[in-house]
Design a protein around this ligand. Structure first.
Ligand code: ZN
Length: 141
């Protein structure tokens, strides 16, 4: 079992704030064949964002009838950098059934959770998205 390396898009973003790749380890002659191996791992980037930027990317698991991972991104001081509650509420809103009472259409809810990029089936997919969101937030400042 190995740790997941960040993908190309994330590496590009990470490079723009000074991180993302490690040194070439193959010598680079005649061409570097390190490929994906120079990209840092997700957990290292997560640590860099935490240690160097005070940004915490957390992947949470929703263990209800519908299981999925979702994101919480915050600053050291507790400031929320990604308003997941707002996205979640929007999905609830869209998933209302047109019947009496306050019922959610479970199928619609499940559809929007994943389609809208709120929830993820796979932990690493959620983390990757969270790392990108976090870097974009850091760059906006
Ligand atoms: Zn190389």
């Amino acid at each position: 079992m190995r740790e997941q390396r960040i993908n190309e898009e994330t590496a590009r973003l990470a490079n723009s704030i000074g991180f993302g790749t490690e040194d070439c380890i193959c010598g680079g002659f005649p061409d570097c064949i390190c490929g994906d191996d120079v990209r840092i791992t997700q957990s290292l980037l997560q640590k860099i964002l935490r240690d160097s930027h005070g940004v915490h990317v957390q992947v949470l698991f929703q263990n209800m009838e519908l299981q999925y991972y979702f994101l919480e991104i915050s600053k050291d001081d507790g400031t929320c950098l990604y308003d997941w509650q707002k996205d979640f509420n929007a999905i609830l809103e869209k998933s209302h059934q047109d019947i009496e009472g306050d019922y959610i259409d479970d199928n619609l809810f499940a559809k929007y959770v994943f389609e809208d990029g709120f929830g993820y089936y796979i932990y690493e997919e959620a983390l990757e998205a969270g790392l990108q969101k976090a870097i974009r937030t850091i760059k906006e400042k």
